[in-house]
Design a protein around this ligand. Structure first.
Ligand SMILES: Cc1cc2nc3c(=O)[nH]c(=O)nc-3n(C[C@H](O)[C@H](O)[C@H](O)COP(=O)(O)O)c2cc1C
Length: 158
C-alpha cells in the first residue's frame, strides 16, 4: 500500500504526529512518503492520502495565522495545506484520512481536520478517518500518549 502524508507545522508538533503515523503505517508494511505541503507533493496514484495541519483560528492555517505563529516564535512554511488543497485537480478521487493538532477538545477549539475533510470531499475524495491530537499550548508539547496514539492510528489505517 502506497501512502502519502501531507502536512504543515509551525512549531513541530503536527510534523511529529505525521512522523508517528507514518511509522505506524510502515510497521504494517505500507510504503509511506511524508511531504511538507509547501513542496506541493503530487497525490495522484496513491492508495491512501493522509493530510494533517495545526488548527488555527478554529480551522486551517492561512497566511495571516502563519504570520501570527511566526510572531510567537514558530517557523511556518510560506504556504501550507490550504494552498496545496487549492491546487488539487478538480476530480482526484480515492481515500483519505485527516488529522490536526488542537489545544483543546471542546467545540470552541475548532478543527483544521474538519476543514481539510470538507475540502477533499469536493474533489471526490472519501474520508475514511478523522482525528485530533492534543497539544499543551500554542508551541506544544504534545499531550502525554499522543505520539503513541498517532502510531497506533497509523497501524490501524494500514
Ligand atoms: C494563530 C494561531 C491560532 C490558533 N488557533 C487555535 C484554535 O482555534 N484552536 C486550537 O485548538 N488551537 C489553536 N492554536 C494552537 C495550535 O493548534 C497549535 O499551535 C498547534 O497545534 C501546534 O502545532 P504545530 O507545532 O504543528 O504548529 C492556534 C495557534 C496559532 C499560532
Amino acid at each position: 500500500m502506497n501512502v502519502l502524508v501531507v502536512t504543515e507545522s509551525c512549531f513541530g508538533n503536527t510534523a511529529r504526529v505525521a512522523g508517528a503515523v507514518a511509522a505506524g503505517l510502515q510497521s504494517k508494511g505500507a510504503a509511506v512518503t511524508v511531504a511538507d505541503a509547501a513542496s506541493q507533493p503530487d497525490p495522484s496514484g496513491v492508495d491512501l492520502l493522509l493530510v494533517g495541519a495545526p488548527t488555527h483560528n478554529m480551522g486551517l492555517p492561512g497566511p495571516g495565522s502563519r504570520r501570527q505563529a511566526r510572531d510567537k516564535g514558530g517557523n511556518p512554511g510560506v504556504t501550507g495545506v490550504a494552498e496545496w488543497l487549492d491546487a488539487l485537480p478538480r476530480t482526484l478521487g480515492g481515500s483519505a484520512a485527516v488529522f490536526d493538532t488542537v489545544t483543546g477538545t471542546g467545540f470552541f477549539s475548532g478543527s483544521a481536520a474538519r476543514g481539510i475533510g470538507k475540502r477533499l470531499r469536493r474533489h471526490g475524495v472519501t474520508i475514511v478517518a478523522r482525528t485530533s491530537f492534543l497539544v499543551g499550548g500554542t508551541d506544544g508539547p504534545l499531550a502525554e500518549g499522543e505520539l503513541e496514539r498517532a502510531h497506533a492510528w497509523g497501524a490501524e489505517l494500514a
